[in-house]
Design a protein. Structure first.
Length: 239
C-alpha cells in the first residue's frame, strides 16, 4: 500500500499543476540544501516520448495492448538525470532528450497516459528509489499523496492559470520554440481538468500540505518561502 511507505531520509514533496514553477523551485531548493532532485513528471514525459516515437496519437484510446506497452516502457526505462546540469540534462537510451520532453506535444501525451494506473504503479518504486541521503526534493503531481506520503514537508505550489501560461510562453520563446499564448492557456486548462478529475491520485493539496500561491512571487521569493517552511519543520522535528 502506498501510504505504508516511509523514507528514512528527509523528503520535500512539491506538487502542483503544470507550469506552476515547481521544477525550477525544487531544483533551487535541492541545490541550496545539497539534496538529490527528482522530476517525477520527466519520467512520465519520457514514456510519453516513447509513445510519440512509436506513432501514438493524442486521440488514441488506452486499449489493453497500449497499456501493456506503457508498462513495458516504464519497466525498461533507460533514463539518466545528469545532476551536474541541475537535472535538466536527461538521457533516454543514451540519447539527450532534454528539449524534446519539454515540448507541448510530449506534455500533453504525458498528461493523457498519466491517468493509467498500471503505468503509475510501474513507475512508483522507481521514483521512491531517488530518496537517498542526505535528502530529496521531489516535484510532481502526487509526490505528497502517493509516492512520499510520509514526507516531513509537503508543498502544493499553485499559480493563476493565465500567469502559468505566460510563464510557459516566455520559457518556450526563450528556448527558441514557437508558441501561441491562447493555445497554451487552452492546453494548460485542459490538462488541469484531466489531472484534477482522474480517478487515481487526482491533483489536489493533500492533508498537511502547505499551499503556496506563486502568482505574485519571483522564483527567489518562492524558493525562500519553501526553505523557510523546511527550516521550521526541521526545527520542530529535531530531537
Amino acid at each position: 500500500m502506498p501510504n505504508a511507505y516511509y523514507s528514512t531520509v528527509p523528503v520535500i514533496a512539491i506538487d502542483g499543476p503544470t507550469a506552476s514553477g515547481k521544477g525550477a523551485v525544487a531544483q533551487a531548493v535541492a541545490a541550496h540544501l545539497g539534496f538529490h532532485y527528482l522530476d517525477s513528471g520527466a519520467l512520465y514525459r519520457l514514456v510519453a516520448l516513447l509513445a510519440l516515437d512509436n506513432n501514438w496519437q493524442q486521440s488514441d484510446e488506452l486499449t489493453a495492448d497500449k497499456i501493456s506497452e506503457l508498462v513495458h516502457w516504464a519497466n525498461t526505462l533507460n533514463a539518466v538525470f545528469d545532476v551536474e546540469h541541475g537535472g535538466e540534462y536527461i538521457l533516454l537510451n543514451n540519447i539527450e532528450v532534454s528539449a524534446r520532453i519539454r515540448e507541448e506535444a510530449t506534455g500533453n501525451m504525458a498528461s493523457k497516459i498519466a491517468v493509467c494506473q498500471p503505468l503509475r504503479a510501474a513507475l512508483l518504486q522507481r521514483q521512491r528509489d531517488f530518496a537517498q541521503s542526505p535528502g530529496l526534493v521531489a516535484d510532481g503531481r502526487d509526490m505528497g499523496s502517493v509516492v512520499f506520503p510520509n514526507a516531513p514537508l509537503k508543498i502544493f505550489l499553485n499559480a493563476d492559470a493565465r500567469v502559468r501560461a505566460e510563464r510557459r510562453y516566455k520559457q518556450l520563446i526563450g528556448k527558441g520554440f514557437s508558441a501561441n499564448m491562447s493555445d497554451l492557456l487552452h492546453d494548460l486548462q485542459a490538462r488541469d481538468a484531466r489531472d484534477m478529475s482522474r480517478a487515481h491520485a487526482p491533483l489536489k493539496p493533500v492533508e498537511g500540505a502547505f499551499v503556496l500561491d506563486s502568482s505574485s512571487l519571483t522564483l527567489d521569493e518562492t524558493v525562500k518561502a519553501v526553505l523557510d517552511l523546511y527550516a521550521a519543520v526541521a526545527d520542530s522535528t529535531a530531537v
